[in-house]
Design a protein around this ligand. Sequence first.
Ligand code: SF4
Ligand code: SF4
Length: 101
Amino acid sequence: MRTDINKINEHTPHTGLTEGMQVFAAGTSKYFKTGEWRNNTPVYLEDNCKQCLLCAPVCPDSSIPVKDQKRGAFDLDHCKGCGICAKVCPFGAIKMKEGVE
Ligand code: SF4
Ligand code: SF4
């Protein structure tokens, strides 16, 4: 069931959003945990990672944080499980796993 547009806030589940309406005000999309849409989950194999940072810019959901020139753990609250990062990683440091974690 859709939620009245004036009542949408960060606690509104995605099923309550108006179609095409993923934010309720500017800069608020980070409050929606759209990772719940995911069917597959990327797994970070840190031992294989060479910190080349190729994965971070290709993520369409900005779910690979980079700090001090190193990538961090996946932001699974927003990752959609598209698998692009796993395809791009040249060192086998990201594997896709079926299901949501
Ligand atoms: S699976 Fe897709 S959405 Fe998730 S971190 Fe990788 S590129 Fe980003
Ligand atoms: S692309 Fe692979 S090796 Fe490079 S930073 Fe990302 S996970 Fe690490």
